[in-house]
Design a protein around this ligand. Structure first.
Ligand code: F6P
Length: 363
């Protein structure tokens, strides 16, 4: 039997996952390994029989560079529902170790976000037998120490293109259009896409805002002859009159996440108090699809190739990172020590937004 490496994608999908899989397949093949695509994330290893596909040249063709989603599927709920069903983290670790042994894997490439990073860290604790390389992916771009995670840059393309479509109708109807974007507790999508699409107001969870100043900025767009206004708001933004329902929709603890909805509509109702017509567009999951942008193809390719190199060299427990134009690695245990990355006042794009006169809150 050929030596085997497994690869899985876990958490919310995004563009660029298939670029990672393709590059990992090519590198694994060149080093004499078979690459197994474990289906639906971590759960594949816990299930009996283990659900996987052997990746082939035919599957991993160049279309993988373009197409979003994950050909090996992804899952966001398995961890929380398994814990809810009464299993402990220890039980889960054992199930996964069993699956890894059963498949006789030489290593595992895990492509995931922050939640999966913490789980993988737990799996590695006191387990020298596992050989794992971790690739950060999330449109939210909130994984620390990397400038970009897979999927973020394509989501910017999608948001910018949507705002451009919305701009023409905003102009025709002389309206204030509020565009609600994803990003969980980080405002990267809102800030970067807002600047790139020329938004007048960008609201992010990192910076508190004054609703009166939002209204004044909207009025200014109508008094200076522009006669329309674009507001980009991140989904998790709150104000004194609007709090998210913190009911835990996915079940349990740190592996679950809350659904954020409604801030866009709330802003519309406030803007209408000025007498200006306003509408909200919530972009939602369109931000996770689309034609993969070139930067995500490049990043996915670098990460996919290097993950296999690490596994081949038996260097386990590393996260792949890209910063200062270089591919880097760091221990998973070190990356998770700090809280998720968010915007701060030193961020060049935050400074740029202020210098452009965009209202981004009271900072
Ligand atoms: O973490 C990625 C993300 O797309 C967030 O931006 C968003 O809040 C969440 O996932 C949506 O999750 P779901 O697909 O479970 O609705």
């Amino acid at each position: 039997m050929k030596k085997r490496i497994g690869i899985l994608t876990v958490g919310g999908d995004c563009s660029g996952l298939n670029s990672v899989i393709r590059a990992a397949f090519i590198r694994a093949k060149n080093l004499g390994y078979e690459l197994l695509g474990l289906k639906r994330g971590i759960r594949a290893l816990a299930n009996d029989p283990i659900d996987f596909i052997k990746l082939t040249d035919k599957l991993c063709n160049e279309d993988m560079l373009t197409n979003s989603g994950s050909i090996i599927l992804s899952d966001t709920k398995w961890m929380s529902s398994t814990i809810e069903s009464g299993k402990s983290i220890e039980d889960i670790k054992n199930m996964i170790h069993e699956g890894y042994k059963k498949l006789e894997l030489e290593g595992l490439v895990c492509v995931g976000g922050d939640g999966s990073l913490r789980l993988i860290n737990e799996l590695l604790i006191k387990n020298e037998n596992l050989n794992i390389a971790f690739i950060p992916k999330t449109i939210d771009n909130d994984v620390n120490y990397t400038d970009y995670s897979i999927g973020f840059q394509t989501s910017l393309e999608v948001v910018v293109s949507a705002v451009e479509n919305i701009r023409s109708t905003a102009k025709s109807h002389e309206r204030a259009m509020v565009v609600e974007v994803m990003g969980r507790d980080a405002g990267f999508i809102a800030m970067y896409a807002g600047i790139a699409s020329g938004a007048d107001i960008i609201l992010v969870p990192e910076f508190k805002y004054d609703i009166e100043k939002v209204k004044n900025k909207v009025k200014e767009c109508f008094s200076n002859g522009k006669n329309y206004c674009i507001v980009v708001v991140a989904e998790s933004v709150e104000d004194s009159d609007f709090k998210h329902n913190v009911e835990n929709v996915d079940g349990v603890m740190k592996y679950s996440h809350l659904a954020y909805r409604g801030i866009g509509q709330h802003l519309v109702s406030k803007i209408k108090e000025t007498g200006i017509e306003s509408r909200c567009v919530t972009l939602g999951h369109v931000q996770r699809g689309g034609k993969t942008c070139i930067n995500d193809r490049l990043l996915g390719t670098l990460f996919g190739l290097e993950a296999i190199n690490l596994i081949d060299k038996k260097v386990s427990g590393k996260v792949l990172l890209f910063s200062e134009n270089r591919l880097k690695t760091m221990n998973i245990s070190d990356v998770i020590k700090s809280v998720n990355k968010v915007l701060d006042l030193n961020n060049e794009y935050v400074k740029a937004a202020r210098n452009l006169g965009v209202y981004i809150g009271e900072i």
